[in-house]
Design a protein around this ligand. Sequence first.
Ligand SMILES: [Zn+2]
Length: 112
Amino acid sequence: MIDLFYFFTWLAGLFVVNGRAQAKRRSSAGWIVMFGAVGFGCFLWAVTVPGSSIFAWLVSFVPLLVLLGSPSRAPADERACPACAEMIKAAALKCRYCGSDLSPIGGGGATA
Ligand SMILES: [Zn+2]
């Protein structure tokens, strides 16, 4: 059953989307909804247009590729320590991981 192959590979993609979204600190629910919506649209495409199932199957993985290609999103109040690259509070003056002294955001010039 080629249809079952499509479905299970897509289901595997759904788990990958969930895992990658969480690893990249992105909204996994949002990405799953998007992946599900695209997958459902591709499913309708595959069942309504004869011979299109392979293309619909490929297109259904586009959101996964977009997610894999997108950069990790750091929370707005965090930044990477320039010394050890751990994520620390943006307002921190000393890294809590390596103890490095840090300059305030903006290079310490015009910060009020
Ligand atoms: Zn550090």
